[in-house]
Design a protein around this ligand. Structure first.
Ligand SMILES: Cc1cc2nc3c(=O)[nH]c(=O)nc-3n(C[C@H](O)[C@H](O)[C@H](O)COP(=O)(O)OP(=O)(O)OC[C@H]3O[C@@H](n4cnc5c(N)ncnc54)[C@H](O)[C@@H]3O)c2cc1C
Length: 601
């Protein structure tokens, strides 16, 4: 048998997909009718092989050789990035979820996301190019005209064009209402854009013939704030009606950002319409409106749930590979003896024998396997929302996904980063060196609580919007669904029933605390502690995910299932109780933060 991978766990993915989520039943739906366990396994195995052989192999090199600009101002990347991406495209993976009519595989979202775990864990830097392109293509397919799909998406599938998402500006990150990029309508139906976009991942490179930027901008005279934002397709090179590349568009690279991690991925400051290029003889970046005017942010947000669940899964992937590396190290590194053994002539034990190292490994296991369960559960909700036969089931899935999204993004970004921190600790001094891989995983993962909405912004989203929307229907649905699991655990009895009762008590407190917070009638006071709320609800949701996994493992024997039971037990005994003091604080509607004068800090 091949040694287990330290990139990702095939066994855990199989358990979650087939023994828990039962994804094969999706093939009863028309869209997935061509699929079966065999096709899912084949694509997962293909992804695992490509990630292992072509992505993981240059992860460290890409980190140590970050992109730079040559004397012509062109972005230089190590050759392995392009080679890996060619293999990725050649295997048809750009079109995994797309329609067969576009040459796609029509994979369910949940399987596509499981596949992506291999790439995120193997090499986040190189992965950013195709995955941003796929997100871009999905948006174009959802809202673009058939001509826009033909012009821009088909070359993306072929790997000739890559895509970006241009939302942030130097002065507008969390608050997109304040973007100032302008798009002025032209007589020929196009727009001319001017403005500066900051932090644009994959914003410039020589990997492909063209780069398709999706840019948020305001059309002068439109409504103020987010309601006045529209979405534009702005290619680096204009595309002629016959599909050939035309003039260079007025999009210029101002510079590269030098990041703490994710170094293999180019990150850029871009100027639109500064006049460095003059398409049609004049300055202004030529853009094509995507969908309708003033709906830009809504379109972005439509895709955002999926993107945010994807960020959570990316954080999980880095936590997961860190855990597997730490586990491998702890089994072979020897050091000291157990407290009861005072005889220095006895051999040193592998550090996995020390209780405190097991604490760190169990914590990592409970975070990464809990995070993976949550991410795949939400990914399946996307499939339910899009393809469930019953309209009521689709609506239910959409509502549950909506309320879970801030948690699915933020919880793994916090706790799987903590898993990376613990993986360094398990390695001791070696973990702090660049000779080992775990310090890079930590640096790479540190991005995840920052982008796609910061941790704080997701707290506000959950407490300020998601749990109150539709008269609290989202929160009720979340709590009721978790209670169904508690009920199933009660029917099994024994330890599962006890864990279920523990979860039930926390769920009840969350319902009460939410009512208290919103009952004070003082939004600033309620929302001042929104991050604590996000973290408490997050731990309860992951405890629910653990109870689900324990139910799926019930009655099954062997190390794998025993490991699930022990990690689940750990989560309930060591982690879920963290919610007690958090809910106490929230229930008191504490105003310490509000009462702090900025001059005191
Ligand atoms: C490596 C990297 C890649 C990125 N890729 C892209 C990309 O491809 N496309 C793109 O458009 N953007 C991208 N971003 C931008 C990213 O989404 C923003 O950095 C993020 O939205 C935060 O914006 P900001 O950096 O301006 O921070 P700010 O919004 O200034 O936030 C600073 C701090 O203030 C807090 N804060 C801000 N507003 C509030 C509030 N109302 N209430 C409470 N706290 C608040 C934040 O939580 C944060 O802690 C990327 C960023 C990085 C670092």
């Amino acid at each position: 048998m091949a040694p287990a991978s330290v990139i990702m766990s095939r066994r855990d993915l199989q358990f979650l997909l087939y023994e828990w989520l039962d994804v094969c039943t999706l093939s009863t739906r028309e869209r997935f009718a061509e699929h079966s366990r065999e096709t899912f396994d084949a694509v997962l195995e293909l992804g695992a092989d490509i990630a292992t052989e072509h992505f993981a192999t240059h992860n460290k090199k890409a980190d140590q050789n970050e992109p730079y600009l040559d004397s012509d101002g062109k972005v230089v990347l190590i050759d392995e990035v392009k080679q890996a991406l060619e293999v990725f495209v050649e295997a048809g993976l750009m079109a995994g979820q797309l329609d067969a009519s576009l040459g796609g595989m029509q994979l369910p979202n949940v399987v596509a996301k499981a596949l992506q775990m291999w790439f995120h864990a193997a090499n986040v830097g190189t992965t950013v190019y195709p995955f941003l392109t796929m997100a871009n293509a999905h948006l174009l397919i959802a809202y673009g005209s058939p001509e826009q799909v033909r012009t821009f998406v088909e070359p993306m599938i072929a790997g000739r064009f890559f895509g970006t998402m241009c939302l942030s500006e130097p002065q507008a990150g969390s608050s997109l209402a304040d973007i100032t990029t302008r798009a002025v309508p032209q007589d020929d139906g196009t727009y001319r854009l001017t403005g500066t976009k900051m932090w644009i991942s994959a914003g410039d490179h020589e990997l492909t013939e063209n780069i398709v930027h999706l840019v948020l901008a305001k059309i002068p005279g439109g409504p103020a704030g987010v309601k006045g934002i529209s979405l534009f397709i702005v290619p680096k090179f204009l595309v002629e009606p016959d599909g050939n590349l035309g003039e260079r568009n007025d999009v210029s690279l101002v510079g590269l950002n030098h990041k703490m991690g994710y170094r293999g991925g180019t990150n850029t400051l871009l100027n639109f319409g500064e006049g460095a290029h003059t398409p049609g003889g004049r300055a202004g970046a030529v853009g094509h409106l995507l969908g309708e005017k003033h709906h830009g942010l809504a379109y972005m947000f439509h895709m955002m749930n999926e993107a945010r669940v994807g960020v959570g899964l990316g954080a999980t992937a880095l936590g997961y590979t860190g855990y597997l590396h730490a586990l491998d190290y702890a089994r072979t590194r020897t050091q000291g003896r157990l407290p009861g053994d005072k005889d220095p002539s006895t051999p040193a034990v592998p550090i996995i024998e020390h209780a405190d190292v097991r604490r760190m490994l169990l914590a990592q296991k409970s975070y990464v396997e809990g995070g993976l369960a949550l991410g795949l559960y939400c990914s399946l909700l996307v499939d339910e929302q899009d393809t469930a036969v019953d309209v009521a089931d689709r609506e239910r899935a959409a509502l549950l996904l909506d309320v879970l999204t801030p948690i699915a993004k933020s919880w793994p970004s916090q706790w799987c980063l903590e898993a990376n921190n613990l993986a360094i600790q398990v390695h001791g001094g070696y973990g702090y060196t660049r000779d080992y891989d775990v310090e890079q995983f930590y640096r790479d993962n540190r991005l995840n609580p920052i982008h796609e909405g910061t941790h704080g912004i997701h707290g506000l989203d959950l407490l300020g919007r998601k749990v109150t929307m539709r008269g609290g229907a989202g929160l009720s649905l979340l709590l009721d669904t978790a209670e169904t699991t508690v009920h199933r655990a009660a029917q099994v009895g024994g330890e599962l029933a006890q864990l279920g009762a523990q979860l039930h008590a926390v769920l009840e407190r969350i319902a009460k605390t939410t009512a208290t917070l919103h009952g004070v009638g003082e939004p600033n006071a309620a929302l001042a502690n929104a991050t604590v709320y996000l973290e408490a609800v997050g731990h309860a949701v992951v405890a629910w995910m653990w109870l689900e996994q324990l139910l799926a493992a019930e009655g099954k024997s062997g190390d794998f299932y025993d490991g699930k039971r022990q990690a689940g037990r750990y989560f309930f005994r060591w982690e879920l109780p963290r919610t007690g003091p958090q809910l106490d604080l929230l229930g008191s509607v504490d105003t310490t933060l509000l009462d702090t004068d900025p001059d005191w800090l």
